[in-house]
Ligand binder design. Structure first.
Ligand code: COA
Length: 328
């Protein structure tokens, strides 16, 4: 059977670096606290006027170049994001226009928060695998700096901006590319990580804006425990489903939320940290952009070779989770 494969990857991070020391002048925190609790040293922040769609375009162009394709080749665009340029229309449509994708290209956004790229990759591969689409662009992109409460030290130190992208197409070779996925969600935990106001159930009011209720709110401790459990289970499930032992995975690309979460998964899976790609120290949590940025950096650093098995594993607001097994 032919396979749905990743033909190219690209990523983009804004130039502006926001360090922990700078944050310690904005809220009551310290470089030592942030580093020991999260592993984050710095994060990137979009330039004034730089939008989610601008960043998505930069990552997508690099992925197209890497795949040796042009905008004209793409007939499907899936954008994973919780920070579209505006509530309507989809960021995908803005990216389509800026990138010059054909008007016959299907374009839509997908919201699965930090699991968004794994969901979007599965969606694109299923649509490509159906034969109705030929080449897809899958983008994970966030401008979280726009929805952070910069006065809330429990969240503002954790997040950053950026974009990652992959081009998906068919290969005649069997058993390559996306081997399988395991997606799910714990909707009963939705309130643990959410933006309480500004949606249709509770539109913003002057009072709610003054209280910054249109920004991310998170119960960090609860989310931490659920993230470790769900990512460990999603990883184990997909390995079991496909008869793969953890030690056969050459590289795990986990969602980059917190180094301690990644270390816990490394212990539970009994896989050394050398088999985990980590860049949370440089970017913080970029939600849907985190896995595709890491995937692109891992490929460009030569950490993924032909024949390798790679495991993606994610967790995010929803509370969504997802794992994906890839052979290169
Ligand atoms: N600087 C200094 N102190 C801070 C702080 C900061 N930026 N943020 C919180 N604190 C304080 C708290 O107020 C608390 O003080 P108290 O004991 O006087 O009440 C103390 O540090 C411990 O806070 P706590 O929330 O228990 O810390 P923690 O060890 O759970 O770490 C997180 C906090 C947010 C780093 C951690 O819970 C986490 O990473 N959660 C998951 C986040 C995540 O990955 N979310 C996205 C999933 S996709």
């Amino acid at each position: 059977m032919p396979s749905t494969v990743i033909l190219g990857t690209g990523s983009y991070a804004p130039d502006r670096v926001l360090t922990n020391d700078e944050l310690s002048h904005m809220v009551d925190t310290s470089d030592a606290w942030i580093r020991t609790r999260s592993g984050i040293r710095e994060r990137r922040i979009a330039a004034p006027g730089e939008s989610t769609s601008d960043m998505g375009v930069r990552a997508a162009q690099r992925a197209l170049d890497d795949a040796g394709l042009t905008a004209a080749d793409i007939d499907l665009l899936v954008v994973a994001t919780i920070t579209p340029d505006m509530p309507m229309p989809a960021a995908a449509c803005l990216i389509q226009h800026k990138l010059g994708l054909p008007t016959t290209c299907a374009c839509f956004d997908l919201n699965a928060a930090c699991s968004g790229f794994v969901y979007a990759l599965d969606t694109a591969c299923a649509m490509i695998g159906s034969g109705r689409y030929k080449k897809a662009l899958v983008i994970g992109v966030e401008k979280l700096s726009a929805i952070i409460d910069w006065q809330d030290r429990t969240t503002c130190v954790l997040f950053g901006d950026g974009a990652g992208a992959a081009v998906v197409g068919m290969s005649p070779a069997p058993n390559l590319g996306l081997i399988g996925t395991r997606l799910g969600s714990f909707g009963d935990g939705a309130e643990l990580l959410c933006i309480p106001r500004g949606g249709s159930s509770a539109p913003s009011t002057p009072e709610s804006i003054a209280a910054r209720d249109h920004c991310i709110r998170m119960k960090g401790k609860e989310v931490f425990k659920l993230a470790v459990r769900a990512m460990d289970e999603a990883a184990r499930d997909i390995l079991e489903q496909h008869g793969v032992r953890a030690d056969q995975i050459s590289l795990v690309i986990p969602h980059q939320a917190n180094l301690r979460i990644i270390e816990a998964i490394s212990q539970y899976l009994e896989l050394p940290m050398e088999r985990f790609f980590v860049n949370v120290d440089r970017y913080g949590n970029t939600s849907a952009a985190s896995i595709p940025i890491a995937l692109d950096e891992a490929r460009r650093a030569g950490r993924i070779k032909p024949g390798d098995l790679t495991l993606l594993v994610a967790f995010g607001a929803g509370l969504t989770y997802g794992s994906a097994l890839l052979r290169w």
